[in-house]
Write a protein that binds this ligand. Structure first.
Ligand code: PMP
Ligand code: GLN
Length: 381
């Protein structure tokens, strides 16, 4: 295995989902819904398959999806992007992150990035030869420390990689926190790449795209995908929007990664964004209820857990149960209780101690599944 991949552990999601399957445990680990998105959207994908959308799509994406993405950014956020040149369709947000990184980073460049990290960031930055400059979010409130952010920027900073709503902590960066990032970016003439895949999954707080802040539209690449907003995580259709120089850098890499993304799913994703535009709001309302169900159950099981403002994840501190090490806890839990969670330590690559006692649970499962999981946790000794 090549040196660019050495030291990167296998993704925790594969490990923990395999453990769930092997033990028959309730899987509150990997974040994927157990109910699919809207059937009429699925019907559009079937129609596209049967209607002959089975050959290569254009590299930047089919025009209807690029238009739908541009229209989505305009409708929700007042951001105005040209579907030709300022919008690119990718194979999930994952490929957008990969393409932007490979398209922008020179070996040795620094990237300022929020820790705990969504795990593909660590792998991609290493593969591109980037140096991580972490800005670490600490339990229990996981807020962004503006001084730590400022201290992480150097003359070698290539870009700031943000994620809000934030996986795994559920933090939704406030307008004030984002303004601190924006002011720094303007001051140092920095690019910001922002992963907003959970943009619609917030509860009682507003998601602010950093591209909407003063001076930011011309320096921000915004990434999202169909996976979380529409409960189609298996489709792997994502997109990025921003100024042509950033979209172009991503596309320059993407043409050699995948060339183009799945043709029949793109018109269906366009349909979702335009004709099922209310779905994400309904999903967020339903997740809000399921979040509260999980948190109530966890508290009853002896695990009082802070309330996340967004995503479909909540993070518990297992010292409440007398445990110290979340990796040991999570590896033992399927046998002890028949439940799978994710040790958050896996995402604190640079400061593992900051996540040693933290476990992430997803609440994107049906209420009866959540009830079963918390029942099992309560019954465990
Ligand atoms: N970024 C974050 C923060 C995520 O949680 C996910 C979902 N696993 C992704 C990116 C990947 O999204 P996609 O499946 O669209 O590649
Ligand atoms: N984003 C999901 C999570 O964090 C799934 C990630 C994955 O399977 N790579 O659980």
């Amino acid at each position: 295995i090549a040196s660019r991949l050495q030291g990167i552990p296998p993704t925790i999601f594969t490990t923990m989902s395999a453990l769930a399957v092997r033990t028959g445990a309730v899987n509150l680990g990997q974040g994927f819904p157990d109910v699919d998105g809207p059937p009429d959207v699925v019907a559009q994908a079937v129609a596209a398959l049967e209607g002959g959308a089975n050959q290569y799509a254009p590299g930047p994406g089919v025009p209807s999806l690029r238009q739908a993405v541009a229209e989505h950014q305009r409708r929700h956020y007042g951001l105005d992007w040209d579907p030709d040149g300022e919008v690119v369709v990718t194979t999930g947000a994952t490929e957008a992150i990969a393409g932007a990184t490979l398209g922008l980073v020179e070996p040795g460049d620094e990237v300022v990035v929020l820790e705990p990290y969504y795990d593909s960031y660590v792998a991609m930055l290493q593969m591109a030869g980037a140096v991580r400059r972490p800005v670490t979010l600490h339990a229990p409130d996981f807020r962004l420390d503006a001084d730590a952010l400022r201290a992480a920027v150097t003359p070698r900073t290539r870009f700031v990689l943000l994620n809000s709503p934030h996986n795994p902590t559920g933090t939704v960066l406030s307008r004030a926190e984002l303004s601190a990032v924006a002011e720094l970016a303007v001051e140092h003439d920095l690019t910001v790449i922002t992963d907003e895949v959970y943009e619609h999954l917030t509860f009682d707080v507003e998601h602010v795209p950093i591209a909407t802040l003063p001076g930011m539209a011309t320096r921000t690449l915004t990434i999202s995908s169909i996976g979380k907003s529409y409960s189609f995580t298996g489709w792997k259709i994502g997109w990025a929007t921003g100024p042509a120089h950033l979209v172009g850098a991503l596309l320059a890499a993407k043409q050699w990664l995948t060339f183009t993304s799945g043709a029949p799913l793109q018109p269906a994703a366009a349909y979702a964004l335009t004709s099922a535009a209310d779905f994400p709001k309904q999903l967020a309302a339903s997740l809000h209820e399921r979040r509260d169900l999980l948190l109530t159950g966890l508290a009853e099981a002896g695990l009082p857990t802070p309330t996340p403002d967004g995503t479909y994840f909540a993070v518990s501190d297992i010292t409440h149960l007398g445990w110290a090490d979340a990796t040991e806890f999570c590896l033992a839990l399927p046998e002890r209780a028949g439940v799978v969670g994710i040790p958050v330590q896996a995402f604190y690559t640079d400061h593992p101690d900051a996540g040693r006692q933290l476990v992430r649970w997803t609440f994107c499962k049906r209420p009866e599944v959540l009830a079963e999981a918390v029942g099992r946790l309560t019954a465990a000794d």
